[in-house]
Each structure stands twice: as structure tokens, then as C-alpha cells.
Design a protein around this ligand. Structure first.
Ligand code: NBG
Length: 793
């Protein structure tokens, strides 16, 4: 399509959608018509790809979250038309970047787990692999965060209220999902996933709940307005919000309903499509379909497939069990107990007694099997899918699935020795590691165009975009000071871009002379934003006390994080950081040397502006608690240095770049003290210079939490144990001194800019293994056993 045709297509979309032409179109309407034209361009190959994949083995990636981020720019790049479209848009008097900002981020995920699923979709399509994503179309994504008076406030994120151009309904695949108290229509909305340098277009299928009963016209007519809509609301609630608050019983029921909703609808389609080819012979089902369960949220798929096979397709229990075990593979993403979902048996009984019956039978079978292997009743009971009145989703998955993997080497080892120990001992062959990765398209090429161009120029080709290990060849430029200067210039440019954005959205001014020391991730105690904050307070006091302490370069401490709405201590840390920001930024004794920024509403598109501008990547989780991390990889690719603990994928980054090109601190896992027996937080508090002063800022009146008790709560969590928890369970005080030293070293090292650039360069050149293309080829080879299937021109 040339420019003129492209413009004609845009115009016809404008007319048909809004009844107006270019002269009267708003920026938003212009963006919509542009996006619809892009959809038009993608659609023929999308359809062909679906046909191409139909008969071979397909992988179904089941996930409650897909944090895809914006689509327009990514699609333009993948279609190879970014430059001409940009020109066209500018010729027509629009600012291209403003247009991109019109697209709302589909907030269909919380954090790393959801973003990983999105990177996997990108890599699968780019590598021409038949992988389909299945999830939920939440009307309201993760909340929009505002910071009011330093507190996090949540607002609904109505990202699709005005229509989202990159999804289309496929009413022909509407399925009926049955609960004991309700029948619901599941309507799929498909999103095309374009890949880089390929014609293949993958599919992300998102289900939305719609009432199966017609709107009750008679009730409405007889003035019973509420009764007429109550039932409809109850149905639409199922896909109204991402992760509704599940602290109440009703919230939990809704959550389970959501989970069953999408796995049931997807499996019904998969079974139907299989029957179209193989009729009622199910012996090839698992050969045809592999389902990857992304954490415990979709694990209800296990009993649901059993139900479909046994009740609706006349398979014997034994046959069905064999098929089910060979179909499902499971990924665990955390060993934190709170995230290993368990559901009260009564919820299952209420929603779907038949599913409960199936899980009970699986449970019985499990117990008999293990008893046959000589385990005693008590041992078996503790790890069986149903015990203590609850269904344990992780155990159900570990027992059934043919593959169980963790997401970084240390984490995959840990699950074998902790949460899944007995399962590992029973079937070691199931367990494997698949270290996470991120897509170099979005996280390098798209977000950092100048660095991408430099890499392409030096390499003499852009092959690195599909094979990131190619960057290794560029290491030879590390001693070329011109290249290092260019790298520094690019960082400076990216910093200035971010500075403009921060000025506009946060009202804080920065300069690119500052070191950008960044921690962006969900707010969680184990991720230890609190450790970062306390070290900032300590530096603040040191400078106040002795201005000479500020001899190094100035530092901008940048945070972005959302806290779960019901997570009190996490919200307290947000308030704490904002209070520190107020204190520091308004104090002229220090604000030339340090500034603190808490970015509100951190999301994928904000992240795309931050990674390229960062100098230091804060990866400071308590050892053993961060399964992998993926932000750490994005920082590395964009030339930021890791300041981190020996945890998650930090360890694998370290083994690529070495201690000379990163700043590691704290104990290794094997040396980590048993905090329950040998750790005295109080000793640290009293004896580590400056620590008491920093910690006590929480309670000495210097800053205030507005009488919420928040600051006292985090103060106490570090110093007072409870009957169930030791003091400072996340070892914040324990790691403080070591962290401070490493951070100081990192900041001091920044002064030698060429040396600094060389370290960044090594990080970039050795980031190849952290491409999600590598991760996906590992899954494809070891778990899914699929090969590529490329659409020809
Ligand atoms: C998160 C881990 C991260 C990991 C991502 C993706 C959950 C439950 N887990 O360390 O905390 O990088 O999953 O695997 O969101």
C-alpha cells in the first residue's frame, strides 16, 4: 500500500467510524483510523497464519495476565512501514509521538508474570512458532495510580471504554460456560500479534463474559429496573476487573469464577477443533495440543479437560487421565506462600460440584499412588491436592503436569528443595529450568532507537534483532573511545527525553548530570524498596551533617511501583518514599546533590521511556525470594549496571558480565543466615553507623504519615517480631551496610565516564542470552516439541 492508498483507507475509516473527514478529526480519531488501517494490513496474513497452524501441533499458553503494552508502534515496525507512516502523519500536521500517546496501555496484567507472557507471544510469532495465547479481556485493567498527598490512590483504568482498535470479536467461537448457579456466554476477542521480519501473525485470544439470558424486557417494562439488570451485571462482573480484591469470600468466589471461565471456554474450542479433524478418536489429542499453564491461575484447566473428555466425549477415566497428563505443562513463578493459590473446597462445591468431584478423584488416586510407593499417610496428606479443606492448585499441577519449570536457575533449584520437594523426589524427570527473557524488539529496538542504530551500524546488519547473541561480536569496540562517547551521548539523549516527561507528568526537574539510579517494579516487601529508601535517608543526613559527603556526582533516585490495594505495608512504603522526596527535594542544602522521584502510574509505556535512560538498575530483593526478575534484563540491554543481590536472574547476569561489570552485595543463598535462629535485627539497628537515625525518621516526627499508623507499622516490622514472624523478615537491616558500600562504589565509579561506558557496553554485548527468543526456543525444544512453520509470501 503506498502513501496515497494508505491515506484513502484512513479516510474511509474516519468516515465510517466518526462520520467526518481529516479536517475535523481530533487527534484521537486520527489515531483510531490509523490503527484500523494497520489492522486491515495485518489481517490477510493473520488469517493465513491461523489456517497454516490449524493442522499441526499447537501450543496454548494459558495465562490470567498478558501485559502487552501499546500495539500501534510495534505493529508499524513489524509491518516495515514506520518511517513512511511517520512522514505521512507529519505531512498532515500531526505530531507522531503525540499520536502514539493516544493509545491507552491495555492494563491486562500486574507485573513480571504478565509482561513475560507478552514477551513470549512476541518471540513465538517472530520465530514462526504455533503458539496461541489465551486469557481474559478485563474491562478495567490494573488500577490507575494517583499519588495524593503522598498516598497511593487507585482509580479504575477504563482502557477500552472508547474502543480498542487492536482486538476483534469472533462471535462464531462463542462458548457457553456453565456454573451451578449461572450460565454465561464467553465471547472471544482476538488480538493479532505481529512478529519482526516475518509474515506470520500470531493470536492472543481474550475472553469476555456476556449474559446467556436475554435482557428481561418484561421486568423492565413493569418498572422493576434493578431486577432486570442485576443478573446481567453479575455475569459481566466476571470479566470486569483484573484480580478483584479477594480478601472477602465473595471476592474469592469471583476470582475462581474468572479462572474457570477462560480455561473452560478455551478448552471447549480446542476440543471442538480437534474433533473436526480427528472425530471421536482422542488418542492424538496430546500430540496435537500442548497447554502451558502460567502459574496456578489457569490450573482449573486440569479438571475441566477431564470433565470434557469423560463426560462429554465418552473417554474412560484412565484414557482421559493419560491425555490430560500429556497435555499440560506448568510454570511456577514464585515460592512465596501467599501466591500459591488455595481455594476453599466449599467454593468449588458451590460453583461446580462436578469439578470438585473430579479433583477429589484425582486426589484419591494421588494418595493411593504414593501409598503404593511406601509414603506414610501423614506425609501424603500434606502434599495432596485436597487437604485442610482446601484445594491446593500448585500441588494439583505438580502431580498432573508432565513438565514443571522454574524461571531462573536458582529458582528452579529452589522449587525442587522447597515447595515441590516431594514431587521432585517422586518424579525428578518432570523438573526443568527455563530462565526468563525479554523481547529485544520492544525493549531495545523500539524503546531505544538511537542505541539500536548504533548497534546496527557497527555490526553492519540488523541481524541482532532476531539473534541477540550477535551482539557479542561488538565487544571488540570496548576500547574504542569514539564508540564509548557515542554510547554516552545516546544515554544523555534518553535521559533528556525522560526528564521532559518527568517534568510534564511529575512536576520535578532533573538534569542529565545526575546519575539515574532506578528501581521500577511492583511494590513488595521482599523487593525491598524500603532498603533503597533507608539508604537515601542515610545519605541525606550524611550530606546535611558534612556537605563534603556529597563529593560524588548528583543522584536522581527514581522509583516506579504499584502496591496491591489491600497491602498495607507496601502502601506505607509508597507514602514513605513520597515523604522523603518532599523532604529532600525542597531542601536547598542537598537538592543539588540528590533528588527523589516517585513516578505515578508506572506502566509498560512509562517503562519504555525509563529503561533507556537509566544508569543503575536496582535489583535488591532478599536472597532466594525473587524468582527471576525481567526488569534486570531490560536494564542490562539498555546499558545500565546492576546493583543487586545474589538472587534470581541477577546471578545469571553476573555470570555473563562478572563482578567487574556489576555491583553485587549481601550474602549468597548458601551463606544467608537462618533469620529465625541467628539474626538479631536490633543489633544492626544499634550498631551499624547511621542506621538508627535513618530508621527512626519513621517515628521521630521529621516526616508524617498523616496519622495512619503506616510508618509505625513498617518501623515495627523491622524491629519487633510477632508470634508468627521474626523481626525484619526481609533482612533489610541485615543487608543495609553492604548495600550502602556497593551503592557508594557504583556512584563513585560513574565519575570515570569512559570506564563506566565500557562496563555498560559489556552488559549490552552480553545480554544475548536474555532474549525471550532464547527462552522460547528452550520451551519449544524441551517441553512443547514444536518446530517453526513459516508463512511464505
Ligand atoms: C514473578 C516473579 C518474578 C519473575 C516473573 C516472571 C509472579 C507470581 N512472579 O521474579 O516475582 O520474573 O514472575 O517469571 O508474578
Amino acid at each position: 500500500m503506498d502513501k496515497i492508498e494508505f491515506k484513502e483507507h484512513m479516510l474511509s475509516h474516519l468516515y465510517s467510524e466518526y462520520g467526518k473527514g481529516f479536517e475535523n478529526a481530533s487527534e484521537y480519531e486520527f489515531y483510531q483510523s490509523l490503527s484500523r488501517t494497520v489492522m486491515e494490513l495485518l489481517s490477510p496474513n493473520w488469517e493465513k497464519t491461523r489456517n497454516l497452524y490449524r493442522d499441526g501441533r499447537q501450543v496454548h499458553y494459558f495465562s490470567a495476565e498478558f501485559l502487552v503494552g501499546r500495539s500501534l508502534e510495534n505493529n508499524l515496525i513489524n509491518l516495515g512501514i514506520l518511517e513512511p507512516v511517520k512522514e505521512l502523519v507529519e505531512e498532515m500536521g500531526y505530531d507522531f509521538n503525540n499520536l502514539l500517546e493516544e493509545e491507552r496501555d491495555p492494563g491486562l496484567g500486574n507485573g513480571g508474570l504478565g509482561r513475560l507472557a507478552a514477551c513470549f507471544m512476541d518471540s513465538s510469532t517472530t520465530m514462526n512458532l504455533p503458539v496461541i495465547g489465551h486469557g481474559l479481556l478485563y474491562r478495567y485493567g490494573l488500577f490507575r495510580q494517583e499519588i495524593e498527598n503522598g498516598f497511593q490512590k487507585e482509580y479504575p483504568d477504563s482502557w477500552m471504554e472508547w474502543g480498542y482498535p487492536f482486538i476483534v470479536p469472533r462471535r462464531e467461537d462463542t462458548m457457553l460456560v456453565h456454573y451451578d448457579d449461572l450460565d454465561v456466554y464467553a465471547v472471544p476477542y482476538d488480538m493479532p500479534i505481529s512478529g519482526y521480519d516475518t509474515n506470520n501473525v500470531g493470536t492472543l485470544r481474550l475472553w469476555r463474559a456476556e449474559p446467556a439470558e436475554e435482557f428481561d424486557f418484561n421486568l423492565f417494562n413493569s418498572q422493576r429496573f434493578d431486577d432486570a439488570v442485576i443478573e446481567r451485571n453479575r455475569v459481566q462482573d466476571i470479566t470486569r476487573v483484573l484480580y478483584p480484591n479477594d480478601t472477602s469470600y465473595d471476592g474469592k468466589v469471583l476470582r475462581v469464577r474468572q479462572q474457570y471461565f477462560f480455561v473452560s471456554a478455551s478448552l471447549q474450542v480446542i476440543v471442538r477443533d480437534y474433533r473436526k479433524i480427528h472425530g471421536s478418536d482422542f488418542s492424538k489429542f496430546a500430540e496435537h495440543n500442548r497447554v502451558q499453564l502460567n502459574d496456578t491461575h489457569p490450573v482449573l484447566a486440569i479438571p475441566e479437560l477431564m470433565r470434557l473428555l469423560v463426560d462429554e466425549n465418552k473417554q474412560s477415566w484412565e484414557e482421559a487421565w493419560k491425555i490430560t497428563c500429556n497435555t499440560f505443562a506448568f510454570t511456577n513463578h514464585t515460592i512465596m506462600q501467599e501466591a500459591l493459590e488455595t481455594w476453599n473446597v466449599e467454593i468449588f462445591r458451590y460453583l461446580f460440584p462436578r469439578i470438585l468431584q473430579i479433583v477429589e478423584r484425582i486426589d484419591k488416586q494421588f494418595e493411593e499412588e504414593l501409598a503404593g510407593k511406601g509414603l506414610n499417610q501423614q506425609e501424603i496428606e500434606q502434599i495432596s491436592p485436597i487437604h485442610d479443606g482446601k484445594v491446593h492448585m500448585a500441588y494439583l499441577a505438580a502431580y498432573t503436569c508432565f513438565s514443571v519449570n522454574g524461571v531462573a536457575q536458582i529458582h528452579s533449584n529452589l522449587i525442587k528443595s522447597t515447595v515441590f520437594k516431594p514431587f521432585y523426589e517422586n518424579s525428578p524427570e518432570k523438573f526443568n529450568n527455563k530462565t526468563n527473557g525479554v523481547t529485544p524488539r520492544r525493549w531495545l529496538k523500539v524503546c531505544n532507537p538511537e542505541l539500536s542504530n548504533l548497534l546496527t551500524d557497527l555490526l553492519g546488519s540488523d541481524k541482532w534483532i532476531r539473534d541477540l547473541t550477535k551482539l557479542r561480536d561488538l565487544e571488540r569496540f570496548v576500547d574504542d573511545t569514539d564508540v564509548m562517547r557515542r554510547l554516552l551521548e545516546i544515554k544523555d539523549l534518553n535521559k533528556n527525553r525522560l526528564i521532559g516527561h518527568i517534568q510534564k507528568h511529575e512536576g520535578i526537574s532533573l538534569s542529565s548530570d545526575f546519575i539515574f539510579d532506578v528501581q521500577i517494579k511492583r511494590l513488595h516487601e521482599y523487593k525491598r524498596q524500603l532498603l533503597n529508601a533507608l539508604e537515601i535517608v542515610d545519605r541525606y543526613y550524611r550530606i546535611k551533617e558534612k556537605p563534603k559527603a556529597a563529593s560524588g556526582p548528583p543522584v536522581a533516585y527514581i522509583f516506579g511501583a504499584k502496591a496491591a490495594p489491600g497491602y498495607f505495608n507496601a502502601k506505607a512504603v509508597i507514602k514513605f518514599i513520597n515523604e522523603i522526596a518532599k523532604l529532600v527535594n525542597s531542601d536547598s542544602d542537598v537538592n543539588e546533590h540528590m533528588r527523589v522521584v516517585f513516578l505515578h502510574n508506572y506502566n509498560v509505556s512509562y517503562a519504555e521511556k525509563i529503561f533507556p535512560a537509566a544508569d543503575i538498575s536496582e535489583q535488591i530483593s532478599t536472597v532466594g525470594m525473587e524468582a527471576s526478575g525481567t526488569g534486570n534484563m531490560k536494564f542490562m540491554m539498555n546499558g545500565a549496571l546492576t546493583l543487586g543481590t545474589y538472587d534470581g536472574a541477577n546471578l545469571e547476569i553476573l555470570s555473563e558480565v562478572g563482578e567487574d561489570n556489576s555491583f553485587m552485595f549481601g550474602p549468597k543463598l548458601k551463606d544467608f543466615p537462618d533469620t529465625k535462629a541467628y539474626y538479631n535485627a536490633h543489633w544492626q539497628y544499634e550498631n551499624i553507623a547511621g542506621l538508627k537515625r535513618a530508621v527512626d525518621i519513621l517515628i521521630d516526627g521529621t516526616i508524617t504519615d498523616g496519622n495512619t499508623g503506616m510508618f509505625k507499622a513498617i518501623h515495627d516490622s523491622m524491629l519487633l517480631g510477632t508470634s508468627s514472624e521474626v523481626a525484619d523478615p526481609y533482612y533489610v537491616l541485615g543487608d543495609f551496610d553492604d548495600y550502602r558500600k556497593s551503592r557508594q562504589l557504583a556512584h563513585d565509579s560513574y565519575r570515570d565516564s569512559i570506564k563506566w561506558a565500557q562496563m555498560c557496553w559489556i552488559n549490552i554485548c552480553r545480554s544475548g542470552t536474555f532474549s525471550s527468543d532464547r527462552t522460547i526456543s528452550d520451551y519449544a525444544r524441551d517441553i512443547w516439541q514444536i518446530t517453526d512453520n513459516k508463512l511464505e509470501n
